[in-house]
Design a protein around this ligand. Structure first.
Ligand code: UDP
Ligand code: MG
Length: 306
């Protein structure tokens, strides 16, 4: 069986359309499937829509979170609960072309264990958004060791890959990078990002910024090394100033160094503060991990008998 995992947050207008489109495509292609909607604590009628679809289609199941836990958690809940031999993760807003699911499934039948959907372009985005995304993906690509600039959450995973992901105990897991990091026989399918059909994007700049920082911290310790490098630079500058001050002292012109002292104080102070901030950020992430809280809490499910 093929599972389709669909995270949904405030998508009441789209649930029925998404269910009918994806179900139609998979029935047409003769693929035994289930659609697993994960309601990520929506504040609108998303859950009742999912319940309606579960009554209408015997392929639809639903999981309802007790509150909003974020898309990453919704994806992990989906892969934990799905019953398929392979599963594909797709956005609820039909921005990922659903007919590609069939193409991905055929590749899985040929023996590929991870099939990544890669964007041919990034769709319509503002200049700032594009720049921020580019910087984020550059840092991530360096940390992970492969190009992430066109990566997305639209991918198919074999049961083997799913089990590996489920056995990882990370709380701040970044699905998009982790599913490539695990390896296995993989291939890519290109797709064009479509316009959102209804509603609007759920990501504000603030949320995206937090998301980027968390994911960089979960994959890379480079920011912590920046502190060491800054420390070395400050040390060298300090050494040069000391020598200069000593020479002035020997020549009897000692008072002139006042400005240097101020500048040095400012630099050292700010570098120490930046350093402490970065270390604090990592410690907060370690704190999140050791607390061992669940990544999400399931309130209700529907369609378990489907
Ligand atoms: N989503 C979610 N939880 C969230 C935010 C978004 O499950 O906290 C879902 C959303 O319903 C959609 C997908 O993640 O199915 C992608 O969200 P969106 O379309 O808002 O993002 P964009 O396409 O703008 O990157
Ligand atoms: Mg979208």
């Amino acid at each position: 069986m093929h599972s389709v995992i669909i995270p949904a947050y405030n998508e009441e207008k789209l649930i029925s359309k998404t269910a009918s489109v994806i179900d139609g495509i998979l029935c047409g292609a003769n693929i035994d499937h289930e659609l697993l909607f994960v309601n990520d604590g929506s504040k609108d009628g998303t859950w009742s829509e999912i319940e309606k679809q579960a009554l209408k289609y015997n392929t639809v199941r639903g999981i309802c979170f007790s509150r909003n836990f974020g898309k990453e958690s919704a994806i992990f809940a989906g892969i934990a609960q799905c019953r398929g031999d392979c599963a594909v993760v797709i956005d609820c807003d039909l921005q990922h072309p659903p007919e590609k699911i069939v193409e991905m499934y055929r590749l899985w039948e040929q023996g590929y264990e991870v099939v990544e959907g890669v964007k041919t372009d990034r769709g319509r985005e503002s200049g700032f958004h594009r720049f921020a995304a580019k910087s984020f993906y550059e840092i991530m690509s360096n940390a992970v060791g492969f190009d992430m600039s066109r990566a997305s959450d639209f991918k198919l995973l074999d049961r083997k890959a799913i089990n590996v992901l489920l056995n990882m105990n990370e709380k701040n897991a970044f699905f998009r990078a982790l599913s490539s990091w695990i390896g296995f026989k993989s291939t890519q399918v290109e797709y064009e990002v479509r316009e959102r059909e209804e509603g609007e994007s759920k990501w504000s700049t603030k949320v995206l910024f937090k998301y980027a920082l968390t994911n960089i911290a979960s994959f890379s310790s480079a920011p912590m090394q920046i502190v060491t490098i800054l420390g070395i630079i400050v040390f060298i500058v300090g050494l040069a100033s000391t020598i200069e001050a000593l020479i002035s002292y020997a020549r009897g012109m000692a008072q002139a160094g006042f400005t240097t002292v101020i500048i040095l104080q400012c630099f050292t102070g700010s570098f120490i503060m930046i350093g402490l901030g970065i270390i604090g950020f990592y410690i907060s992430k370690i704190y999140d991990e050791v607390k061992g809280r669940p990544r999400y809490i399931i309130d209700r499910t529907v369609g378990d008998k489907n």
